[in-house]
Design a protein around this ligand. Structure first.
Ligand code: APR
Length: 250
């Protein structure tokens, strides 16, 4: 199966990689769902769901609660390095005519690995902005910062440029994705995502409808697993390393 995937890659001109928290699991970051996930079904100490704690309405009413869990997620990212799966996508981006990475991850690891064509559909943890006055700053880490961070210009509470629950996706990111999908792809990979959201599933469904080869890499089956052309029940780093090795032999 790995050789067949590599053969398809060698002929592909436009490849889409859709990634989720699982691609960063091999960098030591926890996923959101499934065993050991940040959400793993538990309610927060405040007795509310994690989705409510990390929601836009909660940020507006009780920003200290949202920041408490944002800080937990950011803390898990500290010191995390891209892994072989991120590097494999960079390798292919530099050798194939066009590679686009659509990621749900807010950890910044695709860009840190050297990917240039990246759509961060849930934004990024390391860009802060003031919802009141528009002040903005990029940060390496939140370690040592007063949390919630006050805006140095107007004193309101800063927030990260991430999509919180019950918030709209960034329009620019959606428009860029629509344009790329309109141009079409020869191959679509989904790596390390539970395929929770329709905008993540849709490009795979479009590929299936158009007869475009589809690959899913995830040790646990998802609703997509029975439909894709190639389902690899493997970790992202192991699978993508094997695929690149086979690609180099084509
Ligand atoms: N390699 C590949 N996949 C893995 C690995 C690994 N080493 N380890 C775990 N996985 C898989 C899990 O089986 C799971 O299906 O990664 C997936 C992670 O799923 P989620 O935790 O739901 O993460 P994701 O799909 O990215 O969630 C989407 O939900 O809460 C929001 O904003 C949050 O971006 C997140 C979004």
């Amino acid at each position: 199966m790995i050789e067949a995937i590599a053969d398809q890659l060698a002929r592909a001109r436009r490849v889409l990689f859709i990634t989720g928290a699982g691609i960063s699991a091999d960098s030591g970051l926890p996923t959101y769902r499934g065993t050991g996930g940040l959400y793993d079904g538990r309610h927060t100490e405040e007795g509310i769901s994690i989705e409510r704690a990390l929601s836009g309405p909660m940020f507006r009413s009780r920003p200290e609660i949202t920041w408490k869990y944002l800080a937990q997620i950011e803390e898990t990212c500290r010191g995390a390095q891209p892994n072989a799966a991120h590097a494999a996508i960079v390798y292919l981006e530099r050798r194939l005519p066009y590679v686009l990475t659509l990621t749900q991850n807010v950890d910044g690891l695709h860009r840190a690995a050297g990917s240039r064509e990246v759509i961060e559909i849930h934004g990024g943890l390391h860009e802060l902005y003031c919802p009141r006055c528009g002040y903005a700053e990029a940060v390496e880490t939140l370690a040592g910062r007063q949390l919630p961070p006050p805006c140095p210009d107007c004193g309101a509470i800063l927030r990260p440029a991430v999509v919180l629950f019950d918030e709209a996706l960034p329009v620019a990111a959606l428009e860029r994705l629509d344009t790329a999908l309109d141009e079409g792809f020869d191959m679509v990979f989904t790596i390390g995502t539970s395929a929770t959201f329709p905008y993540i599933v849709q490009p795979v469904v479009m590929a299936l409808q158009d007869g475009v080869p589809t690959v899913e890499i995830n040790p646990t089956r998802t609703p997509l697993s029975e439909h894709v052309d190639f389902y690899l029940p493997l970790g992202a780093a192991a699978a993508m390393s094997a695929i690149v090795d086979a690609y180099e032999r084509t």
